[in-house]
Each structure stands twice: as structure tokens, then as C-alpha cells.
Design a protein around this ligand. Structure first.
Ligand code: HEC
Length: 223
């Protein structure tokens, strides 16, 4: 075969390959990705089997810990709808959770931002192996950007940099943030954000401190 016809063949092959790639890309674009139909066919264990399995993992939970392995009404609803409840159910969740919010009795929602910064950075607490007296942390950085100087942060939640500054340091916005941290599901049914207040994971003072971290003019969140 001559050099020229070899080149021609190569060009034709190249053209053919490109055309195939374009057709494949177009096909993927017009056919929507469907969920694996097998997912619905998986047989799920009954609630009794699940409860037995959980109890066997923690046969002797510390006093009060049994409650931790029982879902409350909102958790079981979010599990039932795989975190995507129909709008009526979502409304029922946000209304129920709103009624659970307890704002500080002294009406103050701003604590000490330096203490709040430590709480936001700490992922401690909530484990069987915790030494007695362990203070729970909020682990806010796991999901949010806060102080710009901290480069290690997760992005599951929105960035909270300049949170107070962007809201004109308004007291109402600070109160709304307190309520959000106390019970995230009051505003967003089946939120990925933990409800820090309703089960007492963070204390009233700790939530005030975290709110100050978001709203104090001196806090690095607003610098
Ligand atoms: C496991 C991930 C996770 C953790 C931990 C978490 N959040 Fe969130 N947060 C989210 C997500 C997701 C949203 C957005 C959905 C929503 O509003 O519930 C959110 C929303 C918020 C909002 C509302 C933002 C807005 O739109 O105005 C605030 C304020 C907030 N988080 C503060 C905090 C603070 C403070 C902490 C630590 C005490 C914290 N979050 C811990 C995931 C998290």
C-alpha cells in the first residue's frame, strides 16, 4: 500500500472514531440516567430485625443511651421518604420541629465568640468511648466554611463566611440562627444538618457562643 493510501485510511479511521464518540455522547445526553431498578427490589429487613441487630451491637448501652437508637417521629418519617418527603409531610415536619424550639429565657442569643470558635472546630462527643466530662462539639467545619483563615472545611452545607456582616448584624437574624442551630429541621425538613438543641447535644450557652462566632463583629467569620 502506498504512503498516501495509508494516510487516507488513517484519516478515515480517525473520522470514524470521532463520529462514534459524538454519537455516544449524544446518546447519553438524550437518555436520562435512570436509578438502578434493582434498588427497589432489594428486600429490606423488618423493623424488628433492625431493632434486634442494633441492640446486639450495643448490648449494654450506658444509662439513657437506649433512646439514642430509637428514631423519633421526624427521623422515622425522613427514613420512610428517604429524606425526600412529599410537601404535606415536609410541612408537618417543619411545623412540629418549630414547636420544639426553645429560645433562651433571658432573650439573649449572643455568647462568647472565642468559645464558639472552639465549639465549631470540635468534633468531639457523642461516643460510648468518651471519657466522662467530655464536652460535645458542634463540628460545624465538617460541613461549613466559617473563618476564612481555616482552610479545612466541608461543603455539604453553604459557606457561612461573613454570616453576621451580610445580615447587618441584625438581632433578628441572630435569633433565627439560634433557632436554626437548635433545630435545623424547623426550616428544612430532613436537613442534613444535625438538630443540636432538641436532644441537648449542645447546651444553651454553647449555642449562644456559636451564634456569637457567626454574629460578633470581632469574629474571624466576619473579617
Ligand atoms: C453534617 C453537616 C452539617 C453540620 C455538622 C452543620 N451544618 Fe449547618 N447546615 C448544613 C446544611 C446541609 C445546611 C443547608 C440546609 C439547611 O438549611 O438545613 C445548613 C445550614 C445552616 C445554616 C443556615 C444557612 C443559611 O442559609 O442562612 C446555618 C446558620 C448553619 N447551618 C449553622 C451551622 C452551625 C453553627 C453548625 C455547628 C454548630 C452547623 N451548621 C453544623 C449542614 C451542617
Amino acid at each position: 500500500m502506498s504512503r498516501r493510501s495509508n494516510d487516507k485510511l488513517l484519516m478515515r479511521n480517525l473520522f470514524g472514531t470521532c463520529a462514534l464518540a459524538v454519537v455516544a455522547a449524544l446518546f447519553q445526553w438524550i437518555t436520562p440516567v435512570r436509578a438502578d431498578p434493582r434498588a427497589d427490589a432489594i428486600e429490606r429487613p423488618s423493623a424488628e430485625v433492625m431493632a434486634r441487630a442494633l441492640k446486639s451491637i450495643w448490648p449494654n448501652p450506658k444509662a439513657g443511651w437506649e433512646k439514642r437508637i430509637e428514631q423519633d417521629d421526624t427521623q422515622s418519617s425522613c427514613s420512610r421518604y428517604r429524606n425526600d418527603p412529599p410537601s404535606e409531610e415536609a410541612k408537618a415536619i417543619t411545623e412540629r420541629e418549630t414547636a420544639r424550639i426553645v429560645l433562651p429565657t433571658d432573650g439573649k442569643v449572643l455568647g462568647d465568640w472565642k468559645a464558639g470558635e472552639k465549639i465549631a472546630s470540635s468534633g468531639r462527643g457523642g461516643q460510648f468511648s468518651d471519657p466522662p466530662g467530655t464536652e460535645n462539639g458542634g463540628n460545624c467545619y465538617a460541613c461549613h466554611q466559617l473563618a476564612k483563615s481555616e482552610v479545612a472545611y466541608g461543603t455539604l452545607g453553604p459557606s457561612l463566611t461573613n454570616y453576621g456582616k451580610d445580615r447587618g448584624y441584625s438581632l433578628d437574624a441572630a435569633k433565627a440562627a439560634y433557632a436554626k442551630i437548635f433545630d435545623s429541621e424547623a426550616t428544612f425538613a430532613c436537613s442534613n444538618m444535625p438538630r443540636f438543641g432538641i436532644h441537648g447535644f449542645l447546651s444553651e450557652q454553647q449555642i449562644k457562643d456559636v451564634v456569637a462566632f457567626l454574629f460578633d463583629k470581632e469574629s474571624p467569620v466576619n473579617k
